[in-house]
Design a protein around this ligand. Structure first.
Ligand code: ZN
Length: 143
């Protein structure tokens, strides 16, 4: 188990630009504002959605990426900020619904186009939260 205590720092609210890249924009905020640890929450809609999937059997850093080229509502988009390779890194998962309410979800990767995006980022202050390769899973996890 891994347990650390943090205090709330700055709170950011962002309205993302139409057709911007959802992951890139959130990453940019964290880099520009030097948010080293935090909590990310977003809602809105996307014009297209790109998701990743980690293969647990092969335990390789390979993502199978699915592309959905249709408008969807962001039902939930949540993630965290920590430090990877010496700079802020956002790890975000998303659930989105089509016009019938059917949801899909997964690991957010670059290539998702924002239709409307409302983001809240809560900075957390405390000990550095650093990601590095985890031998058991092959993932880059908190150390
Ligand atoms: Zn993930």
């Amino acid at each position: 188990m891994y347990l650390k205590q943090y205090e709330n720092g700055r709170t950011y609210i962002a309205k993302l630009n139409y057709q911007s890249d959802l992951l890139e924009e959130i990453n940019k905020i964290c880099l520009d504002e030097n948010i080293k640890a935090g909590w990310i929450n977003a809602i809105g809609a996307v014009s297209s959605l790109k998701l990743g999937f980690y293969n647990q059997e092969t335990k390789e850093y390979v993502y199978t990426t699915y592309a959905y080229d249709e408008a969807m509502e962001i039902v939930s988009c949540t993630g965290n900020v920590s430090i990877k390779d010496g700079k802020p890194f956002c790890h975000i998962h998303i659930t989105a619904a089509d016009k019938k309410g059917k949801c899909i979800g997964g690991h957010l990767v670059g290539g998702t186009a924002v239709f409307a995006g409302e983001v809240i980022i809560q900075e957390l202050l405390g000990e550095d939260l650093i990601r590095d390769t985890d031998e058991e899973t092959g993932l880059s996890l908190w150390q």
